[in-house]
Structures are given as C-alpha cells and as structure tokens.
Design a protein around this ligand. Structure first.
Ligand code: ZN
Length: 214
C-alpha cells in the first residue's frame, strides 16, 4: 500500500551556502550546497496534502550529506533557514486539498440555498394517498409571521388527485400541529377539491408552491 499512498518530495531550490561556512566534516569553506524539498502526501502520485519543507546540505568536497536542521551544526542553520524561506511550496501540492475545500464549500452553499428555498426534500412528484404538503413561505415574511397552507391527498384516481386544504395557518409548524389543522381547520370541510394529476405535479414539484413534508 505504501506505493499507493505515502510521502513524496519535490526539489524546490538548489543554492550554494555562503562561502564563509566551513564543512563540519572536512572543514572546506565554500563547498556546501543546500537543497530544499517540499514534502507532500500523495495518493496514486497525486499530491493530497503539503507536509512542509525540508533541507539537505551536501559538501562538494567530502560529499558529507546532512538532512534536517537538527543534524546540522549551528553555523549552517541561519543560511539553511533563509533558503527554506525563499522556497515556495508549489501550488499543485495543494491540488487535491484545494479541490476538497472547493467541493466542501460548494456543498455548503448548495445546502444553504436548498434550505432557504425549502427544496431539501427529494420528491419524485408521484402523489401518494395520505401524503401531506405545506405551502412554501413567501420570500418577504419571517417564519414567525408568515401564513401557510396545508394540503393532504384524500383519494387518487388515474387522472385526478383529491385533496383537502386548510385555511391560512400561522405560528409554529410541526407534524402534530399539521394533523390537528388538517382535521379541524379545513377551508371547506364538506367540499372535495380535485386537481388533474398534471396540475398537481405543477403545484407540488419543481418550483411549485407546495412541498411534501412527510
Ligand atoms: Zn566536506
């Protein structure tokens, strides 16, 4: 699995260290080269997450190689830190991370829009006996003062949907309050309302004014 998911590095900067720094092993001055790497986690060789930078020094004379500031003598460190500062982590190391952040942001915004428009419930549009719907609140009203209507399917035929409808309701909405309203607050208790299925679909799906709530 290691080769599918693991750590990789890309080389960012190769620079000679200042001439006055002597090699810690052979003492030669001006022989040191610093190489800065950017490390990243990859998944199938695609960068997923940047892990920061690391530096390696090589002496051109004795070939001593030191990696990481902890291995290096104090005389190396300021120059190495400077080199790491110069090296910028390439943007493509953030590739998948950036994509994930973007996808997450889009999902959040989409969710917010869906909850604003009341469009969060998937509705196949197929009417079902007993299904209950609530009218969408008008854009200008707050939930506390808006009037809403409830409808419930009472009978289905091949062409029509029979339903009952409440008068305009206000105040807190719950499935329990809906049950009471659909029993006690109908606009015309004795009349049977009918809608052709095509009209019903228009009323209750897409941008229609009614949304199914259970
Ligand atoms: Zn050396």
């Amino acid at each position: 699995m290691l080769f599918l998911f693991g750590k990789r590095s890309s080389q960012l900067v190769v620079e000679s260290l200042p001439l006055d720094i002597a090699c810690a092993y052979c003492g030669t001055r001006g022989s040191l080269t610093g190489v800065v790497f950017a490390d990243y986690l990859h998944f199938f060789w695609i960068p997923v997450l940047p892990l920061g930078k690391s530096c390696v020094t090589v002496c051109g004379h004795c070939k001593q190689t030191l990696s990481g500031q902890f291995q290096m003598p104090p005389a190396y460190r300021p120059a190495v830190r400077e080199l790491e500062k110069q090296a910028k982590t390439p943007f493509w190391h953030f590739g998948v991370l950036a994509l994930l952040v973007a996808a997450f942001a889009i999902a959040l915004i989409g969710g917010a829009i869906a909850s604003l428009t009341g469009d969060h419930r998937f509705d196949s549009g197929e009417p079902a006996l007993g299904a209950r719907y609530r009218s969408k609140p008008s854009r200008t009203s707050t939930p506390a003062d808006s009037t809403y209507y409830l409808i419930q399917i009472t009978r289905l035929t091949t062409d029509t949907v029979d339903y009952k409808m409440t008068v305009g309701l206000r105040g807190r909405f719950s499935t329990a309050s809906a049950t009471v309203a659909l029993r006690d607050s109908l606009d015309s208790p004795s009349a049977v309302r009918k809608a052709p299925r095509s009209v019903w679909k228009f009323m209750c799906t897409g941008q229609g004014i009614f949304r199914r709530f259970d």
